[in-house]
Design a protein around this ligand. Sequence first.
Ligand code: CA
Length: 227
Amino acid sequence: MAEKILVVEDEQNMARLIELELTNEGYEVSKAFDGREGLTLALAGGFDLILLDIMLPHMSGTEVLRRLRKSSAVPVLMLTARDSVVDKVSGLDLGADDYITKPFEFEELLARIRAALRHKSADADGSEIFTCGTLIMNALRREVTVGGTVVGLTKREFDLLHYLMKNKDIVVSREQLLENVWAFDFDGGTNTVDVYIRFLRGKLDDVFGIKLISTVRGVGYVIRDEQ
Ligand code: CA
């Protein structure tokens, strides 16, 4: 069955071009030309992935994403003409799965769509429980607790912690994290990883007075039981 993609893009020529390319690849495409219409369609559900422009009339792409994430975990790829790390990090923090900056090559867009869809089905298969000290991660329910208290993590924070937990006691490099958690070379560079490690430490180590994530200077990061 064809996977369904919603394209929310106010530049109609661009939206039609994307529709044409995606239809050629065998996807089923719906279009919305402003943020409000996009949100309504996205909330109606039934999409495997949403391509969401940031600069939209009536409601910005980031606002659409913020509202959508209250009830939906559908993969969202943000389209942006802006190329700023701050926009990307705030969008990713709101729960976008990936970013693509305009202008882009269609091959790159298609590759990112495939990666986001693969990631989605891989998530659905996982039913593992991971533990590290008092931290327990239920990967299927995407739930993290420390000493029984639920910790609210964004999608990206969860994915980063998930990768660290899968590699417990093994030092992983920033490049490895970017490749596996962000799925693609990310313009923000490896300092993006450091930003997210800080977010995680802020929500875990700092709040619960534990020290699970260690920095291995010149190499990367590792999660392990407290010594
Ligand atoms: Ca636009």
